[in-house]
Design a protein around this ligand. Structure first.
Ligand SMILES: Nc1ncnc2c1ncn2[C@@H]1O[C@H](COP(=O)(O)OP(=O)(O)OP(=O)(O)O)[C@@H](O)[C@H]1O
Ligand SMILES: [Mg+2]
Length: 205
């Protein structure tokens, strides 16, 4: 999947359905410049990235401006408030480092940031295009993205979701029939939808 600067993709689905695997292999590995908000410290090794703490990133903001930037940012946190504060600092670093070369930004486990960091998530989704930062927001449920960020998605990649509130939220974009099929997907299978093309299902390999 090739993302343009204006793209904001939501990668959604229940735990273990294959979201992070998709992001690693279809987005991160294919980008020359990428930074991942990597709460579980799971991206550096498979994606050949440098793992840094948020402290290291704030001390050396030039890291985000390197031509071959490949960074997994692993926050240190004990409680959700601390994590949300760290995320707000991360978004501020992104804003300050915006430059003329595209940088793919991945935020894994968006659900952990709610509700305290909703404002930062919405701001990122609303501003990423201006910062030349194609964006991937990853979460276990559609309703785990704040509505203001969900509304900004130009592309949705949905693995299985079953809760009626999530299916309703998806139906607003994909249509009711397609959204209903998401309840029956096997692990590692997904449906895509984009603003510019009709929804389609990943063909069988
Ligand atoms: N297409 C695939 N082919 C083979 N293995 C896969 C595929 N997708 C996912 N897996 C494997 O399934 C497991 C769960 O996948 P993954 O970590 O991507 O789940 P997830 O949706 O990110 O879950 P969580 O929300 O808990 O983070 C991993 O061990 C991963 O390597
Ligand atoms: Mg994951």
């Amino acid at each position: 999947m090739k993302l343009r600067d204006a793209d904001r993709v939501g990668v959604l689905g229940v735990t273990g359905s294959g979201k992070s695997h998709f992001v690693k292999h279809r987005l991160v590995k294919r980008s020359r410049r990428c930074v991942v908000w990597d709460v579980h410290s799971e991206y550096a090794e498979p994606c050949d990235m440098d793992e840094v703490s948020l402290d290291e990133l704030t001390r050396e903001p030039g890291l985000l401006q390197a031509g071959e930037c490949k960074l997994a940012v692993v926050p240190e946190w004990d409680d959700p408030r601390e994590l949300a504060t760290a995320f707000t600092m991360f978004v501020s670093e992104l804003k300050d480092s915006a430059q003329s070369e595209s940088l793919l930004v991945v935020v894994d486990e968006c659900g952990l940031l709610r509700p305290i960091a909703d404002g930062s998530l919405v701001a990122l989704a609303a501003q990423s295009r201006h910062w030349l930062m194609p964006l991937a927001l990853v979460g276990q449920r559609a309703t785990m993205l704040p509505p203001g960020a969900r509304a900004q998605l130009s592309t949705i990649v949905s693995f299985r979701q079953t809760d009626p509130s999530d299916i309703d939220a998806l139906a607003e974009r994909l249509g009711a029939v397609r959204a209903q099929r998401i309840t029956e997907l096997k692990n590692h299978r997904f449906v895509t939808w984009s603003q510019n093309e009709k929804a389609k299902e990943e063909p069988e390999k």
